[in-house]
Design a protein around this ligand. Sequence first.
Ligand code: 13P
Length: 341
Amino acid sequence: MNAQFDSKAAQLRQVARELVAPGKGILAADESTGTIAKRLDSVGVESTEENRRRYREILFTTPGAEEFISGVILFDETLRQSTRSGTPFPEHLKSLGVIPGIKVDAGAKELAGHPGEKVTEGLDGLRDRLSEYVDLGAQFAKWRAVITIDTANGMPSEFCLDANAHALARYAALCQEAGLVPIVEPEVLMDGDNSIEVCEAVTARALNKVFNALYEHGVLLEGILLKPNMVIAGKKADRQAAAQEVAEATVRCLKRHVPAAVPGIVFLSGGQSDELATEHLNLMNRLGPHPWELSFSYGRALQAPALKAWAGKEEQAEAAQKAFYHRARCNSAARSGDWSE
Ligand code: 13P
């Protein structure tokens, strides 16, 4: 397929642009059953289907958040759940002008023959799953590849980067065929003790491979969004780079490796604190104008204060919504470099 000549191209371009509309970004609420269990457990809440539903409902019904949130990435279970009043979540979001999305990968698994490295699974049967997701109301999708830095042990290997780039490109081509905007997420993890310089070099290699693969697979760049990590020192590094340094290194790396045809870059927060994730985005936008929109697709950095405020207590639902609203508003301001707090 070459989407450039496909009748769906105009729709893909439009949805991609809407997702990075000025002042708006994406809420990643697509934690898999295992990940959401960990998040709920951290505030003493049991991961039942109803608790998962209620928690997501609190986020999705936050009054006014649609001013700052263009789209929400859902997990398979959530896409099929409804509000208390019985409106399916995708329908509820659409009624607010928020675009429903869906995580379609099946998780990062051990890469055979490469101990310590991972490849994301989920391509088998993907075409049929995408068609069902379109029927359920999804308009965009997400696939996350995970890259580990461990230079002493030769990681990431070229093979790991190639395998993940190939899977991302096959996923992206299938999404565009189905009329879904693919969010292409090659996440270089920030868990190690590496310097910011090493992160920049690895991110550059990963992005290069990804865009080569997207080109080879005929993916329409105007109809995707890139979801990268920021260029940042590993959490265990001796020296943590200053926020301005992170902003400059990230923008430099993206300018070198992301074609201007891509309409938007929506960062993951990757374990940064909520405030730091906002500050970094704000500083990057102050370095603009850029060839692409620089926005957010945060999970933890948008949700953490809300999850903590709720902690499973119904009487705290409003406090949780206030906390979520606040983070959404801060990140919206950071879209134009206007955040100050
Ligand atoms: P974090 O912002 O918590 O990294 O989550 C974003 C995401 O969707 C990772 O795939």
